[in-house]
Design a protein around this ligand. Structure first.
Ligand SMILES: [Zn+2]
Length: 87
């Protein structure tokens, strides 16, 4: 799913208020991060032959130096249009 510029700005604002300014990458100390304009999902598989899949919508936040990628659950960020997905 593509994110709107407003949704990306919302995620960046949420990160600034919850991570604080100039958050360092834990691996390389870089403070520059990139928020993708795509929304991804993590899927929980159940049993050998999954008949029901639980999905978690996640935004990716990537360190621009080493590529470390952090997944942020958008159910928690409560950005407009991204708060669903716990089915
Ligand atoms: Zn890094």
């Amino acid at each position: 799913m593509n994110l709107t510029q407003e949704q990306v700005k919302g995620i960046i604002g949420w990160l600034e208020s919850h991570w604080g300014p100039d958050k360092k990458c834990p691996y390389c100390d870089n403070t520059k991060w990139l928020v993708s304009d795509k929304l991804f999902e993590l899927s929980q598989l159940r049993g050998q032959f999954p008949t029901e899949i639980v999905r978690m919508p996640v935004a990716t936040v990537t360190c621009t130096n080493c590529g470390n990628t952090v997944l942020v659950n958008t159910v928690i960020t409560k950005i407009d249009g991204l708060e669903g997905g716990q089915k």
